[in-house]
Design a protein around this ligand. Structure first.
Ligand SMILES: CC/C=C\C/C=C\C/C=C\C/C=C\C/C=C\C/C=C\CCC(=O)SCCNC(=O)CCNC(=O)[C@H](O)C(C)(C)COP(=O)(O)OP(=O)(O)OC[C@H]1O[C@@H](n2cnc3c(N)ncnc32)[C@H](O)[C@@H]1OP(=O)(O)O
Ligand SMILES: Cc1cc2nc3c(=O)[nH]c(=O)nc-3n(C[C@H](O)[C@H](O)[C@H](O)COP(=O)(O)OP(=O)(O)OC[C@H]3O[C@@H](n4cnc5c(N)ncnc54)[C@H](O)[C@@H]3O)c2cc1C
Length: 664
């Protein structure tokens, strides 16, 4: 049973928690990766929760843009000091769930820790690392990842910032030749960081060698003033993440030493000789790493949203289910269960997928460090697909959770608006989703063709070697995975056939690709969905623990499978891997699973173990005292400081005094 079991809560939630038939703490440990990790997370959380510096002086919604930024910078700097005192690695803290809730609308140093530092460690040679990492460790250098420009974010070969080698002075000259060459978006670039890892087109002896990365000082280390030749600023208010300090940057023939090119993979020697990397896309390595991390991050955002929606749905009563009877908890409506429970299953699907892609990342990069690049294309496809799938599933999931809370879900005090803006931007950053889906499709089509030519395929696409033949009527988990394979195979073979047909009509390959890109997107998503389903099934099969926790996992896994078969039933029918009757049986099973899981829903989300400070939501609080919290939060509005606001005297009263002349 949960350790929270004895804390007071409203009767509805008490009743829900008493229904719990599994060990909540065991599920928490599973999600954390073991008992010790739960203990560590809670220890970190208790350090964080006891810090008065993290209390916002007023709700940030009521602060100016400038004050919001300053308040978050204050907290992020306090964290650095605190972790230093406690001898805790700040990157570990930031990736831990323990830190959730401290920064409300973005961390101006997030890109420094999780994109800039990995760029330095992953892209510079040992000598460069030694120099720069020392300065990073001693807080002399804070940096960002400056790649995107006003004119180009996706198409990196189209970047316009140039880094031209001057052999005489052994320097690179950085320049922004056009307005569209302005770096635009990098987190912290506005007014926080003093350095940046800058992606620029490398020119040596008049020849362009494509995008390469450079370590560039932007501000004076003592005064923090921008250096001559560098123009910096903030890009203005955004849909969300308004305190990330996203900035712009222009160079005017700005010189940096030759050794400021990051030289782990490619080099420019003093005499201007270019030494090429062992794989042309190694300079894109940071992006692969961050895409992998995003899967885990979006999963945690969805955990917060489903916790809020589930608890609120247990507390909220509305309408009549049976005429004349008391209003039921809205969680008793099947339609409400259908909004929320598939999102809970999605959390677990993303959780297992995130773990598996993180493992793949470390094992492939270890091989790459030994010089074997053969698995990079598969890792690129896998990380791109999972980044795209997790970002779009999680942001859709957060929005469904918000809608499931009716009007109150629209209030800032529900915390849904922030959660949504945090999750939806992951669809765009680190590779826009459509673009990444097309990268996955490219890998799948290439693999399919390679198999047609008799070659062996890498593990994740090996099922594209030959037409899978699922056993008709086998609706077990393995049976459904086989059906998935057959459905994806059919999508891929049809799409590849269509590309060939378009080409046969005289169209060039690239135009044919574009004409088939809607189907290509479908192939990519279906392939990635299959991967996620397979990981879910296998990880649940392997899960250790008590029978009741395993039962919860099995039911959630089954809900995930039946839900996604139902949503994509057309693909299964077209491939002949499932019949109409199979689909009807599976949809009925999905509805029964909603009923089976409903009594456990509150306890499952309790297992995510967020405290109220982290959820920051009137609707999702542990005790369920929703209405009092909503009322108290409304009273904090500055407009409620006076009964009659000043705006009344300025605008409304003069209008009322004039009166209406015409009788409309
Ligand atoms: C283990 C990890 C643990 C922890 C990680 C830590 C934390 C992360 C956690 C969470 C994040 C949470 C919050 C974040 C808050 C704020 C935001 C923070 C950061 C955002 C930062 C950014 O957005 S940085 C900018 C990102 N920009 C992009 O992603 C640009 C997208 N564009 C591209 O990647 C490429 O240009 C392209 C793929 C679209 C096309 O490239 P290009 O035109 O050059 O190539 P081609 O199309 O011609 O393809 C050539 C072949 O190369 C293959 N390819 C392409 N990319 C790669 C790659 N990266 N690796 C390997 N191979 C690659 C391509 O497939 C082609 O192959 P072929 O064989 O088919 O020829
Ligand atoms: C919150 C946030 C933080 C960010 N942080 C950073 C950062 O720290 N550093 C940094 O360098 N950048 C950062 N970025 C920039 C981000 O990486 C880019 O916005 C992203 O890569 C998308 O590029 P774009 O904006 O040029 O979109 P575009 O590529 O212009 O996309 C616009 C539309 O065109 C479509 N499109 C583009 N190319 C193709 C194609 N080949 N095929 C089909 N459709 C296509 C897209 O699908 C999309 O619908 C950040 C962005 C955000 C929102």
């Amino acid at each position: 049973m949960s350790s929270h079991e004895t804390r007071p809560c409203v009767p509805d939630l008490k009743k829900e928690r008493l229904k719990c038939d599994f060990n909540v703490e065991e599920l928490t440990n599973l999600i954390d990766g073991g008992k010790e990790k739960t203990a560590l997370r809670r220890k970190l959380r208790s350090v964080i929760s006891s810090e008065s510096a993290y209390i916002d002086p007023i709700p940030p919604e009521y602060m100016s843009h400038e004050d919001q930024f300053s308040n978050e910078l204050r907290k992020t700097c306090h964290t650095a000091m605190l972790m230093n005192k406690q001898n805790i690695d700040i990157k570990t803290l930031q990736l831990s769930k323990a830190y959730i809730g401290v920064l409300k609308d973005g961390d101006p140093l997030w890109v420094h820790y999780h994109v800039f530092i990995p760029s330095i460690t992953g892209q510079s040679d040992p000598e460069q690392q030694k120099i720069w990492m020392e300065k990073i460790r001693t807080w002399k250098i804070f940096g960002t990842y400056a790649q995107t420009e006003l004119g180009h974010g996706t198409f990196l070969r189209g970047l316009e910032t140039t880094a031209t080698y001057d052999r005489e002075t052994r320097e690179f000259i950085l320049n922004s030749p056009t307005i569209t060459a302005t770096k635009w978006w990098p987190g912290g670039l506005g007014h926080t960081v003093n350095f940046a890892a800058v992606m620029a087109q490398l020119y040596v002896g008049g020849k362009c060698y494509g995008p390469h990365m450079f370590m560039v000082q932007l501000r004076d280390e003592n005064t923090h003033e921008s250096l001559p030749g560098v123009t910096l600023g903030e890009i203005g208010p955004r849909f969300g993440l308004n305190t990330n300090g996203n900035g712009f940057l222009r160079f005017d023939h700005y010189r940096i030493p030759r050794r400021n090119m990051l030289m782990k993979h490619a080099q420019v020697l003093e005499d201007g000789t270019y030494v090429k990397p062992s794989h042309s896309k190694l300079s894109y390595g940071t992006m692969v790493r961050v895409r992998v991390g995003i899967v885990r991050d979006t999963c945690i955002q969805l955990q917060q949203a489903v916790t809020i929606a589930t608890r609120y749905s247990a507390v909220r009563h509305q309408s009549e289910l049976i005429p004349g009877e008391p209003e039921p908890q809205i969680l008793d409506y099947q339609t409400q269960q259908f909004k929320i429970l598939p999102q809970i299953s999605s959390v677990f699907a993303l959780f297992f997928a995130a773990n598996s892609v993180i493992d793949a990342y470390y094992s492939v990069t270890a091989q790459m460090d030994l010089g074997d690049m053969s698995l990079l294309p598969e890792l690129h496809a896998l990380s791109s697909g999972l980044k795209a799938l997790s970002a779009s599933d999680a942001s859709r999931g957060v929005e469904i959770c918000r809608l499931s809370c009716g009007g109150h879900g629209y209030l800032a005090s529900s915390n849904f608006p922030r959660l949504y803006t945090q999750t939806t931007c992951a669809i765009t950053y680190e590779g826009e989703n459509t673009v990444l889906w097309l990268q996955v499709a490219r890998y799948i089509i290439k693999s399919y063709r390679s198999a047609q030519n008799g070659n062996n395929l890498k593990h994740s696409v090996s099922y594209l070697s030959k037409q899978p033949r699922p056993v008709r009527g086998d609706l077990s988990n393995n049976g459904l995975l086989e059906a998935f394979k057959a459905a994806v195979f059919k999508l891929v073979s049809d799409t590849e056939g269509r590309i060939q047909r378009v080409c046969a009509k005289g169209q060039n390959y690239h135009m044919a690709w574009n004409q088939c890109s809607l189907q290509l997107l479908k192939c990519a998503e279906a392939h990635t969905r299959f991967y996620v389903c397979e990981q879910f099934v296998r990880k649940v099969e392997m899960a250790k623990g008590t029978e009741n926790v395993k039962k919860i996992l099995k039911n959630l896994c089954r809900l995930y499978l039946t839900h996604h078969v139902s949503v994509n039933s057309g693909d299964f029918l077209k491939s002949g891997s499932l019949s109409q009757n199979d689909i009807a049986v599976l949809e009925e099973e999905m509805c029964s699973l909603l009923e089976v899981l409903r009594p456990q829903a509150v306890s499952i989300v309790d297992a995510f173990d967020f405290d109220d400070g982290q959820l920051n939501s009137c609707l999702g609080c542990w005790d369920g005292d929703v209405y009092q919290r909503l009322y108290d939060e409304a009273l904090k509005s500055p407009l409620n400081k006076t009964d009659v606001p000043e705006a009344y005297y300025k605008y409304l009263r003069p209008l009322m005094q004039v009166g209406l002349k015409s009788s409309l």
